[in-house]
Design a protein around this ligand. Structure first.
Ligand SMILES: *Cc1c(COP(=O)(O)O)cnc(C)c1O
Length: 428
């Protein structure tokens, strides 16, 4: 494939934008080479500035679960745009999407919309601190909860990729309130809770981690966290920015049948526009301004275009719940196909999968946490990534990211992908 125009556009972008990108992982630093500039996309396909067609396995990092430029979503946005794009006043559609989201997700009474997953997680933690009157939080190594200060402590994907888990600019004062635990290690969490009795406001976790590859909670792990929180007056925050409206209609809470105290959303809930949200039971959400004392606000929060896209997306998922099964079937098919060709190649690998999230790790150990994820052979991944790209398959440009399937992918797209894996594996 030729990337002449992408290369020229990247050179220009670097003159005006740090690293030429508005979010670091897009720059391809983890895999080498230069990023592909996308021109347009439809369904499961990306079309880049040089006219190459690529099968997309990132779906804008999750939001586009039904594929690119999905018509009901596009039409909803166009229709709204003609009537004004922002008011800073309440609109009826905010209640409409709130009501629908609450009906789809277990165990939440009220929801507040923001503009990104980062904002949602940041606000969820502030709310937990305000509600409990405590200051510390526990997060897990390799989990990503957006780029706000408290979370940039071993934060997975982007941060890990660049080998700077603790970003300069995060103060010691902030860092000391974030306690770090190991994913899938309940004993470790218990020790931390015991050592900080009555000081921990919340445990925040990706119920399926997607920012160190795709990592599935061991049986009993999330249940154990729930019990530990209940026994110690700690709020359990599920960061469902990735898993919400993806793993099931009601996200990971529904899939694992575990109730969190506060849930953060992003990605799918905005249908590809900038939206995040956080939600909880009534008594917790009523701690939020203007009803309660915990402040949180946003000029563009509940923006009509964003709400129209999100509402159209949630309606599609709510009215067609078989989508989740179709996606899981397609992902299982991809898993089986890759298993066959990779095992024949004799390379060390392990594949993690749940629902429509999947990741390939070039290691001979089971990947269950950040440490085991980091055993993956990154040189292999780089070659694999570029090999797949040359075959016309766009994977996340980092070994520390989950792939996201979208339902516009056909079985023949997946067959094409498996065949590409077969070709690429030969040259690894
Ligand atoms: C993407 C992501 C975020 C951050 O969301 P942004 O919209 O990028 O700010 C937070 N948590 C998880 C689990 C994510 O995957």
């Amino acid at each position: 494939m030729i990337y002449k125009r992408s290369s020229a556009l990247f050179a220009q972008a670097q003159q005006y934008i740090p690293g030429g990108v508005n979010s670091p992982v897009r720059a391809f630093n983890a895999v080498g080479g230069e990023p592909v500039f996308v021109k347009e996309a439809k369904g499961a396909y990306l079309f880049d500035e040089d006219g190459n067609k690529l099968i997309d396995y990132i779906a804008s990092w999750g939001p586009l679960i039904l594929g690119h430029a999905h018509e009901p979503v596009v039409n909803a946005v166009i229709e709204k745009a003609e009537k004004g794009t922002s008011f800073g006043m309440p609109t009826a559609i905010e209640t409409e999407i709130a009501k629908l989201a609450i009906s789809m997700v277990p165990n939440i009474d009220k929801i507040r919309f923001v503009n990104s997953g980062t904002e949602a997680c940041m606000s969820a933690v502030r709310l937990a601190r305000g509600y409990t009157g405590r200051e510390k939080i526990i997060k897990f190594a390799g989990c990503y909860h957006g780029h706000s200060d408290s979370f940039l402590i071993q934060a997975g994907s982007g941060a890990v990729t660049f080998g700077s888990p603790n970003s300069p600019g995060v103060t010691q004062g902030t860092a000391k309130d974030t306690l770090l635990a190991e994913y899938n290690n309940l004993e470790n969490v218990k020790e931390i809770v015991l050592a900080n009795k009555n000081e921990i406001a919340a445990i925040i976790i990706e119920p399926v981690a997607g920012n160190m590859g795709c990592i599935i909670p061991n049986p009993g792990f999330l249940e154990g966290l729930r019990k530990l929180c209940d026994e110690n007056g700690i709020l359990l925050i599920f960061d469902e920015v990735m898993t919400g409206f993806r793993l099931a209609r009601g996200g990971a809470q529904e899939l694992f049948n575990i109730n969190a105290d506060i849930v953060a959303f992003g990605k799918v809930i905005g249908g590809g526009l900038p939206v995040g949200a956080f939600a909880a039971r009534e008594e917790i959400m009523n701690y939020l301004a203007p009803v309660g004392p915990v402040y949180q606000a946003g000029t563009l929060s509940g923006n009509p275009l964003a709400m129209a896209a999100g509402l159209a997306m949630l309606n599609e998922l709510n009215n067609n719940p078989q989508i989740f099964n179709e996606l899981a079937d397609k992902t299982a098919y991809l898993h089986e196909g890759m298993d066959k060709v990779l095992s024949a190649s004799g390379i060390d690998y392990t594949i993690n999968r749940i629902g429509s999230m999947i990741s390939v790790h070039f290691t001979n150990v089971q990947v269950t946490d950040f440490k085991t994820s980091a055993t993956g052979n990154n040189e292999f991944f780089k070659k694999f990534f570029h090999g797949m790209l040359a075959e016309g398959v766009y994977l996340p440009p980092s070994a520390f990211e989950s792939w996201f399937l979208n339902n516009a992918l056909s079985y023949s797209d997946i067959d094409f992908t498996i065949n590409a894996v077969k070709k690429v594996a030969k040259n690894l």
